[in-house]
Design a protein around this ligand. Structure first.
Ligand code: HXC
Ligand code: NAP
Length: 297
């Protein structure tokens, strides 16, 4: 089968040899794709989520596919004690943990005024509290044990633009971006790097069912919102994530890398509409008009 280069694994096959990485929400979607690639690059992986049967199925599938060591534990990352138990389990099973991918998230489309305060809490607690619970508990362990480590936070582009109709997620992701940049400075002296990836649309059932439900989103053409004209491929995100977790990126710290085909700039750009409203054959007339109007009087 023909594959474009961006669909292919990018790094040398031993790039994560000797590393042990916790991926929150690693049982599904992008977390699962990152887990698969990290295992292929020689890392040991711990995945967590709330649904044990999902974790079990994923761990079995990825072990069979890659031969790598993958362990799992059910954990609701909103609860600090559960995170501490998760880390104790990971250290016992893998010998150590020296990487963290804060990937778990909660989200759904809703006008903000329809949300209960519990709905708002639910999303912010998964996204922001979950990320700082894991970062704090692992940070204490790394600093005490003198273990150099790498943290990767999965945010999204509306962490800095904000977005209507996903306000709890936008608030949570903005907080996670601040966490990324703050700890990048504070913990660099311990050998702990922090970076973030801001993906645009990458099809996963978790995101699509809650944000682009097929039943009423059929009319929305997502690729047309993206300058490169397509959605993301999981391997290209896994390639970037593996690079940021590996020593190849040792001098990259406090960075957020956007991987969205140019989507957020297109939607935020003042004159994006020009490309859609003015066909090429009209440009001679438009140019003549502008030159005429802007002539020095
Ligand atoms: C309004 C809703 C709601 C909805 C739930 N609630 N769904 N309110 N509209 N669609 C309310 C509930 O009524 C309840 O409030 C409160 O939210 C908590 O709901 P629970 O079901 O008890 O919460 P919980 O079991 O913790 O589930 C969390 C969840 C759920 C976020 C609601 O969707 C979830 O588990 N999501 C995890 C996976 C996920 O969301 N993946 C997508 C990530 S995509 P009351 O007042 O009734 O008690 C992503 C992409 C971003 O982040 C960028 C894309 C381009
Ligand atoms: P997903 O498959 O729904 O992944 C979310 C994962 O988080 C699930 O495995 C879920 O497992 C876990 N999770 C949720 N709440 C949890 C909790 N309280 N404790 C522990 N685990 C919890 O969605 P995805 O699309 O792969 O998203 C992955 C990441 O990419 C998220 O950070 C998301 O914001 C980001 N992102 C995605 C897109 C996209 O287009 N897909 C775009 C931008 C950013 P359980 O339900 O079993 O707990």
């Amino acid at each position: 089968m023909y594959m474009e280069n961006y669909q292919k694994p990018m790094l040398p096959s031993d790039s994560l040899e000797g590393r042990s990485i916790l991926i929150t929400g690693g049982g599904t979607g992008l977390g699962k794709s990152m887990a698969a690639y990290f295992l292929a690059l020689g890392a040991q992986v711990l995945i967590c989520g709330r649904r044990i049967e999902v974790l079990e199925t994923t761990a079995k599938e990825l072990h069979e596919r890659t031969g790598g060591k993958i362990v799992y534990k059910s954990c609701d990352i909103r609860h600090y004690e559960q995170v501490e138990e998760l880390i104790a389990f990971g250290v016992e099973s893998l010998g150590k943990i020296d990487g963290l991918v804060n990937n778990a998230a909660g989200n759904f489309l809703s006008p903000t005024e329809r949300l209960s305060h519990r709905a708002f809490d639910s999303v912010v607690d998964i996204v922001l509290k979950g990320a700082y619970n894991c970062s704090l508990a692992l940070g204490k362990y790394w600093i005490e044990q003198k273990i150099p480590a790498s943290v990767l936070n999965i945010v999204t582009t509306y962490a800095w633009t904000g977005s209507a109709y996903v306000v709890p997620s936008a608030c949570g992701k903005a907080g996670v971006l601040a966490l990324t940049r703050s700890l990048a400075v504070e913990w660099a002296k311990y050998g702990i790097r922090s970076n973030a990836i801001a993906p645009g649309p990458f099809p996963t059932p978790g995101a699509w069912d809650r944000l682009f439900p097929k039943e009423f989103m059929d009319q929305i053409d997502i690729p047309s919102k993206i300058p490169v004209g397509r959605v993301g491929h999981h391997q290209e995100l896994a390639n970037l994530a593996a690079y940021l977790m590996s020593d190849f990126s040792a001098y990259v710290n406090g960075e957020v890398i956007t991987i969205d085909g140019g989507e957020w700039m297109k939607n935020g750009g003042e004159f994006t509409w020009v490309g859609e409203m003015i066909p090429p054959e009209m440009w001679d007339a438009v140019e003549a008009l502008i030159r005429n109007k802007s002539k020095k009087q």
